[in-house]
Design a protein around this ligand. Structure first.
Ligand SMILES: Nc1ncnc2c1ncn2[C@@H]1O[C@H](COP(=O)(O)OP(=O)(O)OP(=O)(O)O)[C@@H](O)[C@H]1O
Length: 287
């Protein structure tokens, strides 16, 4: 796939899609949006960054007929942190949940490494595309039991050393190994949930407001871990956040969703130059 297809900015100018993707781009007749390439150098990423996830013409309509996602198309390059922002109810969580089939997207709308995710075994997909939520839910048992859970389902027992390594990846020291969930703060539990997700060796992490229930120090701990995972493990991270400052601190690219449509995709520090008024409103409210 051409690099120019990896980064896309949606604008409203009535022209047709400028790229010739080998994957279906289901933009309906009369659709006025198109995708524009953003210079990779401008983003500061290597030219060889490859698209990890592609979303093409993803729609969702509620049972009452309300539009939740409206022909969403976006390419998410591997090894970056993409922040998703937008007003409440704009479809952020719905989009995120489509990426590992927590909500089942229509066929040929979401691709992982070029493969339609609807054709991938859902348990396998969710190991490759792990997810964390606002509030961590730990299983009964110790922290180590929690971390061993996913591999155990595959018939693999993690050694103590492997568990310690996963704890360290989530910035937790060895004293947590035998603790139970009830002994942990929400911030610590979130990092255990992260270690448990990492035990499945995911290539993509989906995060739905992972720090909104955390204090600033726990938030920073999680942010540091995410940046480290991106740098050291080339993890692709897609994070819904209401915190513009958080997005500006750690994201490489930000995607603004309004009323189920992606209206801007850009570098976080370019938000002040965005065309959509909602981008400026977000910036004003967060400063
Ligand atoms: N299963 C569903 N059935 C009907 N409506 C739904 C369903 N899931 C979500 N919605 C509606 O879709 C819209 C988008 O919801 P979503 O949770 O994706 O928004 P969001 O941008 O993540 O919001 P928030 O920032 O408040 O979490 C909302 O109006 C919501 O009420």
């Amino acid at each position: 796939m051409e690099i120019s297809q990896s980064w896309s900015k949606i604008i409203h100018d009535g022209s047709s899609p400028p790229f010739d993707s080998s994957l279906p781009l289901e933009i309906s007749q009369g659709e006025t949006r198109h995708l524009l390439a953003v210079e990779m150098n401008e983003i500061g990423l290597k030219d060889e960054a490859e698209t990890k996830i592609q979303v093409r013409g993803l729609n969702k309509v509620s049972d009452k007929g309300d539009c939740i996602l409206n022909s969403v198309s976006v390419d998410i390059p591997g090894g970056v942190i993409m922040g998703i922002i937008g007003p409440s109810g704009s479809g952020k969580s719905t989009l995120l949940r489509a990426l590992n089939r927590l909500w089942e997207p229509p066929k040929n709308t979401v691709f992982l490494d070029g493969n339609d995710i609807c054709g991938i075994d859902v348990l396998f997909l969710r190991r490759k595309v792990g997810m964390l939520f606002q509030l961590p839910v730990l299983f009964e048992g110790t922290v180590a039991d929690n971390i061993r859970y996913g591999p155990k389902l595959k018939g693999k027992k993690l050694s103590d050393d492997e568990v310690y390594k996963l704890l360290a990846l989530a910035d937790l020291d060895s004293s947590f190994f035998n603790k139970s969930g009830g002994e942990l703060s929400v911030g610590q539990a979130q990092r255990v949930a992260l270690a448990r997700t990492l035990a499945n060796e995911p290539e993509v992490l989906l995060l739905d407001e992972p720090t909104s229930a955390l204090d600033p120090i726990s938030t920073q701990n999680i942010e540091d871990v995410l940046v480290k995972l991106k740098k050291d493990q080339k993890m692709t991270i897609v994070m819904v956040s209401h915190g513009i400052k958080q997005i500006q601190r750690i994201a490489d690219v930000v995607c603004l969703l309004v009323d189920g449509e992606i209206v801007e995709i850009m570098k976080p520090d370019q938000l002040s130059e965005a065309n959509h008024p909602m981008a400026l409103r977000f910036l004003q409210l967060s400063s």
